[in-house]
Design a binder for this molecule. Structure first.
Ligand code: Z5A
Length: 207
């Protein structure tokens, strides 16, 4: 049995990850690929509970280490119960955010040490890394304006602009460090143009 491929979609606030996830799923299915769509933090019952705690802006102040460990605890569950079983069955996994988000939000946004994140990544993931990552990138104000239209902000969305600028810089650094895996698409263009670029990237990958 050929192992499935692991594709992740990344980017800051409101860049269009959720909107484009279904578009990619449909495209893969048109190419006769079975695919599971999932998200982080989340994807299992326990991981979704952790997500709820992480996003709740009325919770007690969550320490940076607690936040990082909660994210990796959710990830450990997700890998064991959803991602690895699907890949082992030859099913592709399409995930809304994964560990690049940890480098961006906890590393960039919260200034946590990259070596700590790397250590946890190796512990929790072993050799598992995405085969392909699409990074949707747009100026912070554009993403925030789009996200605002959706309504009330969660704990992350309530951060200052400077936090999101740091997140964006850390994402762009990840793309520079992993050019083979991470493909950058400008998200401040029309949805039709973003989707044209997505077809280019995924189509090339399929070939
Ligand atoms: N987090 C973390 O800190 N560390 C980690 O390791 C992980 C996550 C994995 C939850 O993520 C939070 O967890 C996240 C970081 C943290 N918090 N933040 N911020 P999430 O993925 O659920 O949350 P999100 O980034 O807030 O997702 P989002 O706001 O739902 O954004 P999106 O999915 O990228 O955007 P969208 O919902 O698809 O689109 C937003 C709107 O823009 C919508 O009305 C669309 O119709 C519109 N849109 C989309 N594309 C376009 C274009 N091209 N033109 C015009 N309008 C568009």
């Amino acid at each position: 049995m050929t192992r499935g491929k692991f594709i992740t979609l990344e980017g800051g606030e409101g860049v269009g990850k959720t909107t484009n996830l279904n578009f990619i799923k449909d495209y893969l299915q048109q190419h006769a690929i079975s695919v599971v769509v999932t998200r982080e933090p989340g994807g299992t019952v326990l991981a979704e509970k952790i997500r709820h705690l992480l996003l709740d802006k009325d919770s007690e102040a969550i320490s940076e280490h607690a936040e990082l460990l909660m994210i990796f605890a959710a990830r450990a569950q997700h890998i064991k119960h959803v991602i690895e079983p699907a890949l082992a069955k030859g099913v592709w996994v399409l995930c809304d955010r994964f560990t690049d988000a940890t480098y961006a939000y906890q590393g960039g946004g919260r200034n946590m040490r990259v070596s700590t994140i790397e250590w946890l990544e190796n512990l929790v993931q072993g050799n598992l890394r995405p085969d392909l990552t699409v990074l949707l990138d747009a100026p912070v104000e554009i993403g925030i304006a789009r996200a605002k239209e959706r309504g009330a902000f969660d704990r992350f969305e309530s951060e200052k602009i400077s936090f999101f600028e740091q997140v964006r810089r850390a994402y762009l650094l990840q793309a520079e460090l992993h050019p083979e895996r991470i493909k950058l698409i400008k998200a401040n263009q029309s949805l039709a143009d973003v989707q044209k670029a997505l077809i280019d990237v995924i189509g090339t990958y399929l070939r």
